[in-house]
Design a protein around this ligand. Structure first.
Ligand code: ADP
Ligand code: ADP
Length: 229
């Protein structure tokens, strides 16, 4: 099943920067898809189209065949879980429990089930028992895990991660790769991630799109693409 589909998409920022041109892109259920490109290639802009944070200037964006437009934002945002690059852009609350509960409370779920889900999400990311800690006092890697747990708690079908391994030390990178692979295999959650780190791609992706200056310049299975370069 096709979870995300972009047809001939272009995006130009109000200041005239053409950030994306003629993008054909798709993600199927269960896949792990990497979007590889240097800074400024257009990866973050692309990802913001998936859940309506940005609207394409031309072309169309579909999530499970629904056009990503205002009427469908609620549905689309339950399907697509977005993890930002910098956890400080995502963490608001004074406790980890509140942070992870926020979206669930918004859905109107009962408190008991929320407590259960928070415990589950923390356990998945390897932070069992962190409920009463303040997100601000955690290490960078722990903050990233809390941000990931708060998205996982919403049970998305696809996790979209912007530079998930940025700003981690080599051991942190290895642990995060293992965690994301477990999430993909055991929870059956589709992964789409942006990276400028070529080394991460074979460890975390089945398929890759290579971007340069707002265009997709190469795409294929990870093994195909890496035997070409
Ligand atoms: P990446 O995520 O690959 O680093 P971005 O999507 O952030 O790339 O940026 C793509 C292009 O769009 C770059 O030229 C960048 O400078 C530009 N850009 C990003 N955000 C804005 C903005 N808010 N206004 C104008 N230009 C922007
Ligand atoms: P809604 O999505 O219900 O319209 P808003 O996004 O307007 O809510 O946010 C309402 C308040 O909740 C704001 O003060 C905002 O800072 C805070 N908030 C937004 N997102 C989160 C989050 N993930 N965790 C905790 N607080 C949040």
């Amino acid at each position: 099943m096709e979870l995300i589909r972009l047809d001939k998409v272009g995006f130009t920022y109000p200041d005239g920067t053409a950030a994306l041109e003629n993008i054909d892109f798709n993600v199927f259920a269960g896949e792990r898809v990497a979007v590889l490109g240097a800074n400024g290639a257009g990866k973050s802009t692309l990802f913001q189209l998936f859940n309506g944070l940005l609207q394409p200037s031309v072309g169309r964006v579909l999530v499970k065949e629904l056009p990503v437009e205002k009427n469908n934002y609620k549905t689309v945002r339950r399907i697509v879980g977005m993890v930002f690059q910098d956890p400080d852009d995502q963490l608001f609350s004074s406790s980890v429990r509140q942070e992870i509960s926020y979206g669930l409370l918004n859905l109107g779920l009962p408190r008991e089930s929320i407590g259960e889900t928070v415990r589950w999400a923390l356990q998945v990311v390897g932070l069992a028992g962190y409920e009463d800690k303040s997100p601000y006092n955690l290490s960078g890697g722990e903050k990233k895990r809390v941000a990931l747990a708060s998205v996982l708690a919403m049970k998305p079908e696809v996790l979209v991660l912007d530079e998930p391994t940025a700003a981690l030390d080599p051991r942190g990178v290895a642990q995060l790769i293992e965690l994301l692979n477990e999430i993909n295999r055991q929870l059956n959650i589709t992964l789409v991630f942006a990276t400028h780190d070529v080394d991460v791609v074979p460890l975390l992706a089945d398929r890759v799109y290579v971007m340069n200056r707002g265009r997709i310049v190469l795409t294929g299975s990870t093994t195909e693409v890496f035997s070409d370069v």
